[in-house]
Design a protein around this ligand. Structure first.
Ligand SMILES: Cc1ncc(COP(=O)(O)O)c(C=O)c1O
Length: 415
């Protein structure tokens, strides 16, 4: 297949680094549009994990080479993730996944809250940024308030957020990118509003992190979480936590475990190979950009990835909208959004669409993607939607194949 390069990415060279792209299904090369659920992994990420496990494997903080190498690798990974997220190495903590880190953080923050305190969540968020705050609300007797989404645009109501931000609010929990609809939310503005009201801000950047630059310093938030398996890495959660808050948080921890941040936010022995793999994923993304420092290359790569994703999204949106009986959700092209597109067909259930496309070697996801509230607001609870996400390795030809596969299902449908 000849890959057509979207703006500023050498797509043929990039694709050669992903062995998964050589998979053939039903006689055709697989087109992976399931990136929002987890992207494919380049060779160098798997190689780094293998190298760690085979040559450096040890526990931390002991006086022999493999342990010292492990300490050095974990520190190097904190620096890499700090560059990726626009923060400092001592503000990067690792964990099993974003959900686990968020439950852990919410429980710790909740120890300082009680009746009369309030937390704000949103209707647009993945439930990993909902359930932890619901649990705290139940356990600590605090009140939860919810920012509504406009189902027609897929965007949050910032006027409502302004009204909800009363002095009783302790924290705003908000997503930077919607994994269901692709909406990009202005979390920097939301953080400024939260801070002006005296509240903390927790940002879920799991979806956004694969699609462009995430910059904690520019956002100004107190906490930001993401997951390496959404940006070409292994299954690992990452939490950026403001050092002054992390240093005094009442976290559940073992007495002999380190008292200093960021380690005090981490529980037990970490997933060392996953952390090393996440560092390799950051290096992979940096290699897509140009610039002097790694941080500069990452910033440049973020722009290129966003630009390439927008071109594919526009092609997908336009191609699908032209078919009879199709409805696309979320912001249209040219609104702030990622290259993740959710749609439904009038005459076929989302799962049937996904199965049909799979039979054409095109892998898409279906359901509510745990963004349960917004899918309910759209009136689609139950069957949900079909979701196609464009990652760095997707091509215009693959988008054409996706549209052609959907078109086969719409033949005979009325406009
Ligand atoms: C936007 C968003 N937030 C949170 C999560 C949960 O992440 P994890 O699987 O790392 O717990 C996901 C996973 O799909 C997601 O897309």
């Amino acid at each position: 297949m000849t890959a057509t390069a979207p703006a500023h990415l050498d797509l043929d060279a990039l694709r050669a680094r992903f062995p998964a792209l050589r998979r053939i299904h039903a006689g055709r090369p697989v087109a992976y549009f399931d990136g929002p659920g987890g992207t494919q992994v380049p060779l160098e990420v798997a190689a780094a994990m293998q190298d760690y496990l085979l040559h450096h494997n040890a526990n931390t903080h002991w006086a022999y080479p493999t342990s010292e190498e492990t300490d050095a690798l974990l520190l190097a990974a904190r620096h890499a993730l700090a560059d990726y997220l626009g923060t400092a190495a001592d503000e990067i903590a690792f964990g099993a996944n974003m959900t686990t880190l968020t439950f852990h953080l919410a429980r710790a923050l909740g120890r300082g809250w009680g009746p009369g305190d309030e937390v704000i969540i949103t209707e647009l968020d993945h439930h990993a940024n909902v359930a932890p705050w619901q649990a705290v609300a139940r356990e600590r007797g605090i009140t939860l308030k919810v920012v509504p989404v406009d189902p027609a645009t897929g965007e949050l109501d910032f006027d409502a957020l302004a009204r909800l931000l009363t002095p009783a609010v302790r924290l705003l929990a908000i997503g930077a990118g919607s994994n269901a609809l692709g909406t990009i939310t202005d979390v920097a503005a939301a953080t400024r509003m939260a801070h002006a009201a005296g509240a903390l801000c927790f940002v879920d950047a799991v979806h956004l992190a694969a699609h462009g630059r995430v910059d904690v310093a520019a956002i100004g938030c107190d906490f930001l979480a993401c997951s390496a398996y959404k940006f070409y890495g292994p299954h690992l959660g990452i939490l950026a936590a403001r050092r002054e808050i992390a240093a005094r948080l009442d976290v559940p921890k073992l007495v002999p475990a380190p008292e200093t941040a960021p380690e005090r936010l981490e529980t037990g022995t970490q997933n060392h190979e996953g952390i090393v793999g996440a560092m390799a994923a950051v290096e992979f993304i940096a290699s897509l950009g140009s610039g002097g420092s790694r941080a500069a290359r990452l910033a440049d790569a973020g722009h290129r990835l966003h630009g390439a994703g927008q071109a594919l999204l526009e092609q997908l949106w336009t191609g699908l909208q032209a078919l009879p009986g199709i409805r696309c959700y979320g912001p249209p092209p040219h609104r702030p959004r990622t290259s993740t597109l959710a749609f439904t067909l009038r005459d076929a259930a989302p799962e049937a669409v996904a199965r049909h496309l799979a039979s054409r070697g095109v892998f898409v996801s279906h359901g509510d993607f745990y963004a349960t509230t917004v899918v309910e607001r759209l009136g689609l609870a139950g069957p949900g939607l079909v979701r196609a996400g464009c990652a760095c390795y997707n091509t215009a030809e693959e988008v054409d194949r996706l549209i052609a596969g959907v078109a086969e299902l719409t033949r005979g449908s009325r406009a």
